[in-house]
Design a protein. Structure first.
Length: 222
């Protein structure tokens, strides 16, 4: 098991035919498709009763599929969820501003609470140029599916993935480092501590987690 994984997501999860059919019934501008109870859509016979629980099961299914594809790492800070806690389903283009993409598979990835929450990304805008087709939108940050992160961000040392910088002046790389605080002292110290503890080894050692927890308590990162 590696400590930190910065990789583009190469595979997009697929919905079942029943899930696709369900999603197609929801109006594109419907604001509360992710968390709402669909009462208005049930009353107007657009959706059947029980649709909210169907949607909730689908959300669990999305999380399982993403875990299989993505592995156990936050898509933004790259740190294993074994350290940074429970994974959350994250909408890359936020669901309040872009309800049309709320179930778009390429708009969903797993992130840690710290990166996904108000401390960092929250509902900050990530879309530079909107398009009806999701993959034709232009994004302000390195997109987990559409961009190769290694073209935008590089580690200064190849051996220790601790200090990073935008590659070749990449604006997306700079925005991503800024939005997720990837070079904040807490993040940098955590990565450094993990590597120090592991010496030159990229593998997680039995006592690495305990050591990192101490570092996180000191840094009050999480
Ligand atoms: Zn994270």
């Amino acid at each position: 098991m590696i400590l930190i994984k910065f990789e583009q997501i190469e595979e997009v999860f697929e919905y079942t035919p029943a899930q696709d059919e369900f999603i197609a019934k929801i109006p594109l501008d419907y604001k509360d498709a992710w968390d709402g109870n669909f009462e208005d859509l049930v009353l107007s016979n657009v959706l059947r009763r029980g649709s909210a629980s169907f949607r909730d099961k689908m959300k669990d299914d999305i999380k399982n599929k993403l875990t299989n594809i993505q592995g156990n790492y936050c898509i933004y800070c790259g740190i294993t969820f074994r350290l940074v806690g429970i994974s959350e389903r994250e909408h890359i283009a936020d669901k309040a501003t872009y309800p049309q993409f709320v179930f778009k598979n390429q708009n969903l990835a797993l992130a840690c609470h710290y990166c996904n929450g108000f401390a960092k990304k929250g509902t900050q805008n990530t879309v530079a140029e909107l398009h009806d087709e999701y993959d034709k939108c232009k994004f302000l940050i390195v997109h987990p599916y559409l961009d190769d992160i290694h073209k935008h961000i590089e580690f200064i040392s190849k051996e220790y993935k601790v200090l990073m910088r935008p590659k070749d002046g990449s604006v997306k790389g700079a925005n991503t480092i800024e939005m997720f605080g990837l070079m904040d002292p807490e993040q940098t110290v955590l990565r450094g501590a993990l590597y120090l503890k592991n010496k030159k080894n990229d593998e997680l050692q039995p006592d690495s987690l305990e050591f990192a927890e101490e570092i996180m308590i000191v840094g009050k990162r999480f």
